[in-house]
Design a protein around this ligand. Structure first.
Ligand code: AMP
Ligand code: MG
Length: 493
């Protein structure tokens, strides 16, 4: 007699239990011929999941939504959001379900969510599906960000559905199993605030606080709201500073894509910038450049203002007083962002600030001048920092620009007098050699869509160890060749 197989997952359902009114229970669509495309053993391990069980037919059926695993309670979450500045009162999971929450071996809670699992009551005109290329893109970017030490949702698996999905052409369908420390978004709060239900809003704030700011769990609703706002400001300031200092452009920083946890979410039209230019935009629908690289910190503030508006009624009965208190907190965002940015730039430039060598204004100016030089000459952002450590080892000005100009030489002298001679190794430990370069991503996804996963798997492996030389072809660390042309990304996922 054999023992019954252990369950694939042990779910909890705090969201379903505590936030009735914010979701619709919804069963994912059936899938006739699922096949596992990629599975994240590293993530499965850190969640304490049984990787072998999840790779079995029963596990794959659960990861694609073809069967609801034991203990799951699938639901589609409601949320609203400002998209490109325009408010949509009802977005929600149009093609996704939350299966439940997993507690990892360290006791942390994670959502397990399926994306591309069929139409839900929030689907509006959409077909509820997702296609393989964009789901693999989300998998790849999540792993790349995680390896760079940047807070991010991650994918546990991508499962092909065996179905073709109509986009501009017919493309293979797929479902992404996504893990997030929660799926609470600024848009979740906007949805609730718009209902005018203050009791539900207080419950949502209490829930978010218990999940993400546990130190404030026992505070009054007002103090919980203020503590939550302060924490989200800090996390978004830190996250956006991380993005800026690796050249990451999210591409669609709508309020429904801004998490309360501070994790990067929804890798749709995102991309890494190559030649440094603050005006860089890759998304085909971002005509006005609202979400351009250089606008991201300011958009972060705009999104936080929308978040603040949702909390007003909890903060004070008198609207003016509430606005005043939240505005005061919002004013901590610019210095918080600037502080994180300077910290990151100092490490990238090998500069150690300590009691004896604290020169914020001087270091800020040094970092900004460096970026100005990169911008003037359209130098590859990622490569430039590796060239600096190389220059330090070689003890001669960096070869950033084709014709060695005086400006670079003068900057190099200033930097050399600020940096310790042995900084190169420290710099290489924080400045990636390998990023998800646009031409490599496209090449990997095109091959995967045509059935060859090898370039994708190779690229993911490289991006998981982005700082050390991997002994691969140099093109993995170089800008796109000129014939790659101008790059555009698409939201139509
Ligand atoms: P996103 O741009 O992926 O953040 O999605 C914005 C909104 O559109 C969310 O409410 C999604 O659930 C919804 N959505 C995107 N694509 C689809 C689709 N193919 N079917 C149904 N809803 C979708
Ligand atoms: Mg979204």
């Amino acid at each position: 007699m054999s023992l019954p197989a252990p369950p694939l997952f042990v779910f909890e359902h705090s969201f379903a239990e505590q936030l009735e009114g914010l979701y619709v229970e919804w069963v994912p669509a059936d899938v006739a011929e699922p096949s596992l495309v990629v599975f994240n053993d590293d993530l499965a391990h850190s969640l304490g999941l049984d990787a072998a069980g999840l790779r079995s037919p029963e596990g794959i059926a659960a990861l694609v939504g073809a069967s609801v695993p034991g203990g799951a309670r699938p639901l589609a979450q409601a949320y609203a959001g400002h998209q490109f500045g325009g408010y949509s009162p009802r977005l929600g999971d149009g093609r996704a379900v939350l299966l439940g929450e997993l507690i990892d071996p360290t006791g942390s809670r994670h959502d397990l969510h399926l994306k591309g699992s069929g139409r839900t009551p929030f689907a509006r005109g959409g077909d509820g599906k997702a296609v393989l290329g964009p789901m693999l893109r989300e998998y790849l970017f999540g792993e790349a960000m995680h390896a760079l030490g940047i807070a991010s949702t991650r994918a546990l698996a991508v499962v092909a559905t065996g179905e073709n999905v109509a986009r501009e052409t017919m493309l293979p369908g797929a479902v992404l199993a996504r893990v997030a420390s929660s799926h609470l978004r600024v848009g979740t709060f906007q949805y609730v605030a718009a209902t005018g239900d203050v009791e539900l809003l207080a419950r949502l704030v209490d829930y978010a606080v218990r999940r993400h700011v546990p130190d404030a769990a026992d505070e009054s609703p007002r103090d919980q709201a203020l503590a939550l706002f302060a924490e989200v400001i800090e996390r978004q300031a830190s996250l956006i500073a991380d993005w800026m200092t690796v050249g990451f452009i999210h591409g669609v920083m709508n309020t429904d894509n801004v998490t309360i946890s501070g994790e990067t979410i929804d890798y749709g039209p995102c991309a890494f910038m190559d030649a440094y230019d603050p005006d860089t935009v890759f998304s085909s629908i971002d005509h006005a450049g609202r979400y351009a690289y250089g606008n991201q910190p300011a958009i972060g503030a705009w999104n936080l203002s929308r978040f603040a508006e949702t909390l007003l009624t909890l903060v004070d009965d008198d609207a003016d007083t509430a606005v005043e208190q939240l505005t005061e907190l919002l004013q901590t965002y610019p210095p918080a962002f600037a502080g994180h940015w300077l910290d990151r730039m100092r490490s990238k430039l090998g500069i150690v600030a300590d009691g004896a060598h604290n020169d914020d204004a001087g270091d800020q100016a040094l970092a900004e001048e460096f970026l100005d030089i990169l911008g003037e000459q359209a130098v590859d952002f990622t490569g430039a920092f590796r060239e600096l450590s190389t220059a330090l080892r070689r003890n001669s000005a960096p070869a950033l620009t084709p014709s060695d100009d005086e400006r670079t030489a003068a900057w190099y002298q200033r930097w050399r007098s600020r940096v310790a001679p042995d900084a190169a190794d420290r710099m290489d430990a924080v400045n990636p050699l390998y990023i998800a370069r646009n031409h490599l991503v496209e090449e990997a996804l095109d091959a995967a869509t045509a059935g060859d996963l090898q370039p994708f798997n190779t690229l993911v492996e490289l991006l998981r160890s982005p700082f050390a030389h991997a002994g691969v072809d140099a093109r993995y660390e170089q800008q796109a060749p000129a014939n790659f042309g101008p790059y555009q990304t698409f939201c139509g996922t």
